[in-house]
Design a protein around this ligand. Sequence first.
Ligand SMILES: C[C@H](O)[C@H](O)[C@@H](O)[C@@H](O)C(=O)O
Ligand SMILES: [Mg+2]
Length: 395
Amino acid sequence: MSLPKIKHVRAFVARGGGGDYHDQGSGHWIDDHIATPMARYPEYRASRQSFGINVLGTLVVELEAEDGTIGFAVTTGGEPAAYIVEKHLARFLEGRNPVEVEKIWDQMYFSTQYYGRKGLVINAISGVDLALWDLLGKLRGEPVYHMLGGAVRDELQFYATGSRPDVAKELGFIGGKLPLHHGPAEGLEGLEKNIALLADMRAKCGDDFWLMYDCWMSLDIDYATRLAHRAWNECGLKWIEEALSPDDYWGYAELKKNAPKGLLVTTGEHEATRWGFRMLMDMECCDIIQPDVGWCGGVTELIKIANYADSKGVMMVPHGSSVYSYHFVVTRHNSPFAEFLMMHPGPTEVVPMFAPQLLGEPVPVNGKIRASELDKPGFGVELNRDIALHRPYSR
Ligand SMILES: C[C@H](O)[C@H](O)[C@@H](O)[C@@H](O)C(=O)O
Ligand SMILES: [Mg+2]
């Protein structure tokens, strides 16, 4: 049974939130003195946008089939990713049967391996792969999660990422993940501030509410180990996330070995492909892997990553990527909960993570999304065509 072939491949760029969710206006919690590897330079310490965290913008990939059906997806990548899609990857898509997700992924990866493998190129491949799965679902009239094996539970439960875990608790989330504000460059004074903030949130949220710290690659092994023990002993931290550079597999293995029993070590949002995640798991770097399906290779690659994690008894809780991860998580026993990234500036309200780019994007209510809410073709969302979309490399 052949489906309508792919006729057009288009790559657009959009700004102002959405796929590149760090691309927010001023005064947003997500750019408020958050610790990063660049914090060793004082001029880049107060704002991640000052060193370019939002320089790329959103990549929108659109695949149009012969019958006019359109599949699309958004991720982080902007104009350089649009170039890779239009000038390199499109040749493996135009004229092809959209069912060939494996062969198309293989050709996109190995044709770009000489300059890709991780980062921007894999973001571009992920965007194409997500658009392909969306197109497949729209052509078949099936939600992506049905094509992945169906739901193993009736609802998804979420923890919330943002600077207000106390509000997240009131909104019904199972936990709150705080951004870490101070890294090694701010010395013991900064460490004490990190602990004081966590202790304040523990007092506000009570003992049973999960509290986590997201360190966004900002620490060294000594600081991370000291923070882990203090935060566990004094504040009952549930996990310490992405403490070290994604390339420091050896450091993660040491941190996990030296972390207090009971504290979880997590990482992976800036890792890519089955090979990168195999390295994390074979070197016993973490207790939970956190791939971003828009950055790790898409659904086709996440299937391989998640299956390997499942075989090793490692939890796979994707980095927040809205519907693109919800349709995956609901089908996996080793993904018992999901992340919801609070994109309200406060954050004191639940707003769609990729707003304003996706029409029909579901949001957690009382910290949950029912699986039945995903029962729409593809990823169940449509592109908001009222936003400014620019196609820099039309052919
Ligand atoms: C809140 C963190 O600093 C990042 O901005 C966030 O995108 C990511 O690390 C996460 O896990 O949500
Ligand atoms: Mg993170």
